[in-house]
Design a protein around this ligand. Structure first.
Ligand SMILES: NC(=O)c1ccc[n+]([C@@H]2O[C@H](COP(=O)([O-])OP(=O)(O)OC[C@H]3O[C@@H](n4cnc5c(N)ncnc54)[C@H](OP(=O)(O)O)[C@@H]3O)[C@@H](O)[C@H]2O)c1
Length: 213
């Protein structure tokens, strides 16, 4: 494959692998110490990526918050959204113009956003954007380090893709239950999969796992 950015996945999960509440509404899983870690991580990367499901549910701004990363208060990362059909709302925070944003869609989408750029990549048989093509596109635009923050579908796609260099997962001491967004959906590719553990450490009341998939 052509050159791609280094890909770092980061997420926060409950003890039972849930990423949000059973109805998919965002849930605070990270504690303050973990938020500091995440914002430091953001401040050291070139671009941060989520799927359109996260935009629709959480409406994140995907910026580096001054309070969490005072060393780089003005750092404005490229914000990237995987959005094959162009469902990102015009009023979403990610297209507010505060920092550069790239909405990646399938070919033929005509929607445009006043304060965000759009780029096209091919889709696979499931209608998912081709991650390899998207990574090559980002690298050509100067992205050397990419932080992927979710949500569930995007994390699973990346883990299945083999394009992940490192994965940090903060596991909070909480059980969520239900059938909400989860790291593990029981697909054959995720069943019984073993990961190489690079580090495991207590972090606040939770545990931070670092894997090299
Ligand atoms: N705990 C955490 O760390 C964390 C972090 C972020 C989000 N979340 C939670 O995760 C949930 C959202 O997860 P989600 O699975 O619904 O949405 P998602 O992973 O944010 O986005 C999935 C959508 O992205 C689009 N997409 C395009 N190309 C893709 C590809 N190659 N692979 C996967 N998706 C692709 C698809 O929509 P189109 O077909 O329309 O393009 C797909 O439905 C929310 O409840 C949110 O609160 C948790």
């Amino acid at each position: 494959m052509a050159e791609r950015p280094t890909v770092w996945l980061n997420c926060a999960a409950s003890l039972d692998g849930k990423l949000a509440s059973p109805d998919g509404e965002p849930m605070v899983l990270s504690d303050d110490a973990d938020w500091h870690r995440v914002h430091r991580l953001r401040s050291e990367t070139d671009a941060i990526l989520v799927g359109v499901g996260t935009i629709l549910k959480d409406n994140p701004s995907l910026t580096v918050k001054d309070a969490f990363a005072p060393a780089s208060p003005t750092r404005k990362l490229l914000r990237v959204v995987l959005d094959a059909k162009g469902r990102t709302p015009q009023k979403a925070r990610v297209v507010d113009g505060y920092a550069p944003t790239l909405i990646v869609t399938a070919p033929g989408v005509t929607k445009e956003w006043a304060k965000a750029e759009r780029a096209e990549v091919a889709v696979d048989a499931q209608g998912h954007l081709d991650l390899e093509a998207m990574l090559v596109l980002l690298r050509r635009r100067g992205v050397r380090r990419l932080l992927v923050e979710g949500g569930a579908g995007v994390l699973r796609s990346f883990l299945d893709s083999g394009f992940v260099d490192r994965w940090t997962c903060y596991v909070a001491p909480v059980l969520v239950g239900g059938n909400g967004p989860s790291l593990f959906d029981g697909r054959p590719s995720s069943i019984g999969r073993r990961l190489h553990v690079e580090n495991v450490q207590a972090a606040g009341k939770g545990v931070l796992w670092t894997f090299r998939p």
